[in-house]
Design a protein. Structure first.
Length: 544
């Protein structure tokens, strides 16, 4: 990766020191604050034995270039050259980098412009500055190039287009400046030259280089005082754009894209800062929970136990299956808002299966005590996937239920597994069989619970089956709007997707009333991320 320095060369970038006073090419004595052309002409005559016929940035630059071929006179002249804006900026960068691979000086050369504009063109003086830099920074600056800016506009939008389309010599070829800057470490001085050009340079360097952009401002010291260069906080400019992009992504709960955006835009060292680290941890936590990877969610925030991370950690570490189902219903709303319809239907499918399990365990709590793993070990954690129920264990707990399931096994489509196929797979069909048993043989209270649940669940399952089948069939042929309309039409009695979510939530409340308290609010992560970045970058939040 190359290091690049780029600056616009303006009227005040090239000066000459005459008897302790600094002179501009137009004869202005900067140190005294007055015009003194004769003193400057006499000084030049002392070097070359003749005076220039005309002063000014362009005419004097041309006169000097013609005479700098005389090596002895050149040595004497370059001892007087001063660049009070450019040099402090370069010194600041070299103090950090040690050397630079490329230095680009942008000078104006407006051949078709009126004479009053051409007289201030800086392309020729930029060439003098190039030679001076080679002498002044021997071995520390690599390829120094002067870039010609033709027909320089006053309008800032046109100046942006000019800089954006600027060609840069690179070996024997030419490339666009913005292409060459990509993936390089770029230092841009924004204090010399025309304001419109500096605005354009500012915008292009930030837009192209992102985290590798370093902006420099030089404050001129005035009469008898040194200029001072400093790095600007680029995040004051970058942050506003990033926060707006993040706001759009978080509104759609697109945490993965938000993480990728920050990791690509923020340099690695900055990512390790405390506040930025917390932001990335919060986003990774939310992304993991949205994908039901609770172990990864806990891992993401294990090093942060202050507010609000403590509450997030505790909620991700819960051990109750009902709470997981409740969080899935909350995620179902997010998938709905994000129009991720296939994911919505798949998740709603899984939620119905989870609710069926909860209903079966509510009717027969001892089911939780007889789950086994595929290797035959008894399982205590309610969150373990791929559960199995040994027929013999169920018979010991409830002989009548075990006999009922054996008798109805073919009609219920129960799945036998394990040693000599003596286990039932604890899937949705198994739980449906448990509920149907209580519908037929339970006590009045159990029958009432089982019948009410199974009736509501049957309607929702039929609705989801039609949704899923039609979605998979028509997904490639319908626009998103047409697909949404089709989904709406398939829901019973004109109900919408929001109603489906509420009905699933209602089923949960019927089965496990104490699982209705708030577990995790994804919007709390969104607020934390935006408010933290706003504080770190000192950027006001965009209106919501």
């Amino acid at each position: 990766m190359a290091t690049i320095f780029i600056a616009n060369i303006g009227l005040r970038d090239f000066q000459m020191e005459v008897e302790g006073d600094l002179f501009l090419p137009n004869g202005e004595n900067v140190s005294q604050g007055k015009r003194d052309p004769e003193k400057l002409k006499e000084f030049l005559e002392g070097i070359w034995g003749e005076q220039p016929s005309q002063l000014g940035v362009k005419p004097l630059g041309q006169w000097l270039l013609e005479r700098l071929k005389n090596q002895n006179a050149s040595d004497k002249f370059f001892e007087t050259v001063r660049c009070p804006i450019l040099k402090p900026a370069l010194d600041l960068v070299l103090h950090k980098t040690g050397s630079l691979d490329f230095v680009y000086l942008c000078g104006t050369d407006q051949e078709g412009a009126p004479q009053q504009f051409q007289v201030n063109d800086t392309y020729l003086t930029a060439q003098i500055i190039k030679e001076w830099l080679s002498r002044c920074y021997q071995g520390r600056l690599g390829n120094i190039q002067v870039l010609r800016l033709e027909n320089v506009p006053i309008r800032w939008d046109e100046a942006y287009q000019l800089i954006a389309d600027l060609n840069v010599p690179l070996g024997e070829a030419h490339v666009k400046l913005r292409v060459h800057l990509k993936d390089q470490e770029v230092y841009a001085s924004l204090s010399g030259g025309i304001p419109a050009l500096n605005f354009a340079l500012h915008q292009i360097v930030l837009g192209v280089c992102g985290q590798k952009a370093h902006l420099i401002q030089v404050l001129e010291g005035g009469r008898g005082k040194s200029s001072e260069a400093s790095f600007l906080n680029a995040w004051v400019f970058q942050g506003d754009r990033l926060i707006r992009q993040l706001q759009a992504l978080l509104t759609n709960y697109n945490y993965k894209a938000a993480i990728e955006l920050l990791e690509s835009e923020i340099c690695e060292d900055y990512q390790h800062s405390q506040d930025i680290g917390k932001v990335l941890a919060a986003l990774r936590h939310a992304d993991a929970r949205l994908n039901f990877d609770f172990q990864r969610a806990l891992e993401a925030i294990k090093d942060h136990q202050d507010t609000p991370f403590k509450a997030w950690y505790q909620s991700a570490n819960h051990k109750t299956f009902a709470d997981r189902v409740k969080e899935a219903i909350r995620c179902l709303k997010i998938f709905l808002q994000s129009h991720q319809l296939i994911a919505f239907v798949a998740l709603a499918d899984g939620i119905l299966e989870g609710l069926t399990r909860l209903a079966a365990e509510t009717l027969m709590p001892r089911l939780r005590d007889i789950y086994h793993s595929g290797s035959g070990d008894q399982i205590k954690s309610p969150l373990t996937p791929n559960l199995f129920v040994p027929c013999r264990s169920l018979a010991k707990v409830n002989k009548n239920l075990a006999n009922y399931l054996k008798q109805q096994e073919r009609d219920l489509q129960l799945h036998r597994v394990g040693p000599e196929k003596s286990w039932w797979s604890a899937d949705e069909k198994f739980y449906d069989g448990v509920i149907k048993y209580f519908m037929e043989h339970g006590e009045e209270k159990e029958k009432r619970i089982a019948n009410r649940f199974q009736g509501e669940k049957g309607q929702l399952r039929a609705c989801l089956n039609r949704l899923r089948n039609d979605l998979l069939h028509d997904l490639a042929n319908l626009s998103e709007e047409e697909l949404l309309n089709k989904v709406q039409r398939h829901l019973q009695r004109g109900a919408n997707l929001e109603t489906l979510v509420n009905r699933l939530k209602g089923l949960l409340e019927q089965i496990v009333p104490n699982a209705t308290k708030s577990v995790f609010d994804f919007s709390s992560v969104n607020r934390f991320v935006l408010e933290t970045l706003s504080k770190v970058w000192q950027i006001p939040l965009p209106p919501s």
